[in-house]
Design a protein around this ligand. Sequence first.
Ligand code: DAH
Length: 341
Amino acid sequence: MKAQLEAIRSAALDAINGTQTTAELDAVRVQYLGKKGELTAVLKQMGKLSPEERPVMGQMANEVRAALESAIESQSAVLAEKALADKLAAETLDVTIPGKEVKIGHKHPMYLALDEIKDIFVGMGFTVLDGPEVELATYNFDKLNAEEGHPSRDWSDTFYFDEDSRVMLRSQTSPMQVRAMETMELPIRIIAPGRVYRKDEVDATHSPMFHQVEGMVIDKNVTMADLKGTLNTVVEKLYGEGTKTRFRPHHFPFTEPSCEMDVQCHKCGGVGCPTCKGEGWIELLGAGMVHPKVLEMAGIDPEVYSGWAFGMGLERTAMRRFKIADLRLIFENDVRFLEQF
Ligand code: DAH
């Protein structure tokens, strides 16, 4: 038994000192000192010894256990130190390496133009509304007096979600007029900017997704003069004092009378050039007096209240504001282009 204990002592000490990790050390501890360990197994045989041998072997076994335990303890400290040193080495940081440049973006020119537009209208007491891009035909057409069969309801023009043409991507921001009238207290002064969708091919002036800003005023005694006065003020604030506008008769189902407003060409000053296709004027928005039927459908008495509304293309407004020649530049997000604003 004495030889057995000696063998265990030297094998165990070798094993302990040879461990590289705390996990290995723990495995060695279990191998020798655990319940089913080698030293424990030897101790279990003590009963077979003579009464004289028992205390001698017992003392020796205790010495071996104590030697192993203290070896494990010091090896554990060595391994912990090594683990820390390894970790520090792995996490070395070279503070002299030059940093990576962080590129900070900035607002897109179209949103710069929108911010200006919002500021102008908010300054005149308007509220800015946001609304759904997935819209019901009820709001996009029916309640705006565009009845079944109206050309803009055609499948070739509009993105529908269902066979019955009831759910769609809004083709204009005008449904926000109805939503405002149905939910807000009178009088109403709102603008509602946002995305709209139409089945158009991409070219220098068209995109299947573009932005509009809708505007509407409903109050007592509102006239076409208010419409013209307000929109002229907006145009001068946006494009500079003295910017000329002109109003042409037009047709929209939800306004009566309806008009389109042109702004004098910024390139040629009205003489006629390629930018304005020789016209001297560039169309900016559609507008008109809110149709009595539209007021009635929204539960407003057209005998008491009247209103005016407009819808402007935001890309076109930004293009004029920043003298951008091609609509595609607005959507391509080429940094060399965007950086100029
Ligand atoms: N929704 C029209 C369009 O997309 C623009 C428009 C015209 C809006 C007249 C209006 C308006 O509010 O009164 O072409």
